[in-house]
Design a protein around this ligand. Structure first.
Ligand code: THU
Length: 127
């Protein structure tokens, strides 16, 4: 399966906007909300390292802050040789807004990996 081209472009633009003075590891994410509106986010680091926000979290926050509560797919773009996968915390955050959403991991070589959120986080915590 292939990611939406517009989402991929948005994820690459977000990748460029990543604020990563400490790790130098850029991550860009873009997602399509249920309404069809696209949202994106980049990783934003902080001198107090634990305050760093992952790109996926930035994109979800952008979406939810506009009142949207569901997304259908997310593209996560990195320039890692093996496309980077969402960290554990991001998996839980993605799960909150749709366990059935499709996750596309893409890198600069055009390698694409695709998973369902629930496959990345089996037996997730839920209330
Ligand atoms: N990072 C993300 O943006 N998403 C993830 O799922 C994993 C890690 C960021 C956080 C930090 O800025 C950099 O990658 C290195 O850990």
């Amino acid at each position: 399966m292939k990611p939406d081209e517009t989402l991929l472009e948005l994820a690459k633009t977000a990748w460029n906007h990543a604020y990563v003075p400490y790790s130098k590891f850029h991550v860009g994410a873009a997602l399509k909300a249920a309404s069809g509106t696209n949202f994106s986010g980049a990783n934003i680091e902080n001198a107090s390292y634990g305050l760093t926000r992952c790109a996926e979290q930035s994109a979800i926050q952008a979406m939810a802050s506009q009142g949207e509560r569901k997304f259908s797919e997310i593209v996560i773009y990195t320039e890692a040789d093996d496309p980077a996968t969402p960290c554990g915390a991001c998996r839980q955050i993605l799960y909150e807004f749709n366990p059935d959403a499709q996750v596309y991991l893409v890198n600069h070589h055009g390698v694409i990996k695709s998973y369902k959120v629930s496959d990345l986080l089996p037996d997730a915590f839920w209330l």
